[in-house]
Write a new protein. Structure first.
Length: 192
């Protein structure tokens, strides 16, 4: 039964709005579901990796290294603010240049500065604390990556469906700015 508690905790932790949910919903709306698939897979893999290293004890290292934790928070906040700026100015359709969804690698790397993923992963270790670090890492990694794949698919598809309702440029701009504002809020929550 502890596995069901872990699954429930991780599911609700990852399903609720956060940077990944906002970015995937916006990407689904902007670029479509198919174009966002590398982003989806990258998030699932990245979250699985973060969960694994948390199970191996990196969470303890972060708790005992305030300077490292502060550096991670600053990097996270700045990166999230850059993404918020891009969403604020996003056009309804793909345009020339670097305007594209995240690549698989970018999505994996983003997880290292995603404060919500770290918070959920650190809290989830309580559900597996009685297991060896290697078993913790395996259980957390599989649980996080598997559940998050479904979560990512759901939110990307929701964004894709929303794009059909957002044909009006004013509605489109309002949607993207709400997504950007959500990211700005998360950039501040990093420091709590």
């Amino acid at each position: 039964m502890p596995e069901l508690a872990l699954i429930g905790f991780v599911f609700f932790g990852l399903f609720s709005p956060g940077p990944n949910v906002i970015l995937l919903t916006a990407s689904g709306a902007r670029f479509g579901f198919r174009a966002t698939v590398p982003h989806i897979i990258g998030v699932a893999l990245g979250v699985g990796i973060i969960a694994a290293v948390t199970g191996l004890g990196i969470g303890t290292l972060l708790k005992n290294a305030p300077a490292l934790t502060l550096a991670l928070k600053i990097a996270a906040s700045l990166w999230i603010l850059v993404m918020a700026y891009r969403l604020w100015h996003a056009k309804p359709a793909k345009v020339e240049g670097s305007d594209r969804p995240f690549t698989l690698i970018e999505a994996v790397l983003f997880q290292w500065v995603n404060p919500k993923v770290w918070a959920v992963a650190l809290a989830a270790t309580a559900y597996v604390a009685d297991l060896s670090p290697l078993v913790q890492a395996q259980m957390l990694s599989v649980t996080f990556a598997g559940l998050n794949l479904g979560v990512c698919i759901f939110w990307t598809f929701a964004g894709h469906l929303l794009s059909k309702l957002l044909k009006n440029p004013t509605l489109w701009q309002a949607f993207m700015r709400i997504m950007a504002a959500g990211l700005v809020v998360f950039s501040a929550l990093v420091f709590l």
